[in-house]
Design a protein around this ligand. Structure first.
Ligand SMILES: C[S@@+](CC[C@H](N)C(=O)[O-])C[C@H]1O[C@@H](n2cnc3c(N)ncnc32)[C@H](O)[C@@H]1O
Length: 200
């Protein structure tokens, strides 16, 4: 694992296969949102991409994709998915809380399950990364934990008021709605927030 300030030992999770969030299926909410708002392919970055299923799915749709994670083992698996599907993704091992100065700008930032961890460690570093890599008009979709769910376990949950406050300096929120994550095997996972935003 690269030097990264994290809320837990992510490398150990990948090494032991304890990755229930990794459905190995493209996120239904991601592709629903892109279609709903008629967003054409451009330059995208995924923060905390894990084993790369969504980054590869975006590349297959014609996006030019950069994808970042702090666990190199996850990126090795991600690269083999891209190779199998014969698409190019720029995989980067880095801490998303200290990153992005020389990259971009990106038209679209995607985060499924990374922000809700980073905000507990270094929120200002994470937001600085978003600021570094986007310009006015860029979009971001953030999928994160929702405290209104009644499941046991699941991801860190972010109160709606905190979400609004944390993203408000950089983004206008276009929608903030509930959805369900998919877990391994495509079964319905925990309740989440889908936050679709446009950079101010
Ligand atoms: C819940 S997993 C989600 C993975 C992937 N987005 C998915 O949907 O399968 C969170 C991911 O964020 C990564 N991560 C957590 N903190 C990070 C940091 N500071 N820098 C880079 N990656 C980080 C973890 O390694 C993990 O792959």
């Amino acid at each position: 694992m690269v030097q990264a300030k994290t809320d837990r030992d992510w490398q150990q999770k990948y090494e032991t296969g304890n990755i229930p969030w990794d459905s190995e299926l493209p996120s239904a909410e991601l592709f629903k949102v892109l279609e709903e708002y008629s967003i054409p392919p451009g330059r995208a970055i995924e923060l905390g991409c894990g084993t790369g299923t969504n980054a590869v799915a975006l590349a297959k749709l014609g996006w030019k994709v950069t994808a970042v994670d702090c666990v190199e083992e996850a990126l090795v698996e991600a690269k083999s998915k891209a190779d199998a599907d014969q698409v190019n993704v720029d995989w980067i091992a880095a801490d998303v809380q200290n990153f992005g100065v020389a990259l971009g700008p990106f038209d679209f930032v995607f985060d499924r399950g990374c922000y809700h961890c980073c905000r507990r460690v270094d929120l200002s570093g994470y937001l600085k990364t978003l600021e570094n890599m986007t310009r006015t008009g860029a979009y971001m979709l953030c999928l994160c934990g929702n405290p209104n769910g009644n499941e046991q376990g699941g991801p860190p949950r972010v109160p709606e008021a905190d979400l609004r406050e944390e993203f408000s300096s950089l983004f206008e929120i276009i929608h903030l709605r509930e959805f369900h994550f998919e877990d391994a095997g495509g079964v319905q996972g925990p309740l989440g927030w889908s936050i679709w935003m446009k950079r101010k």
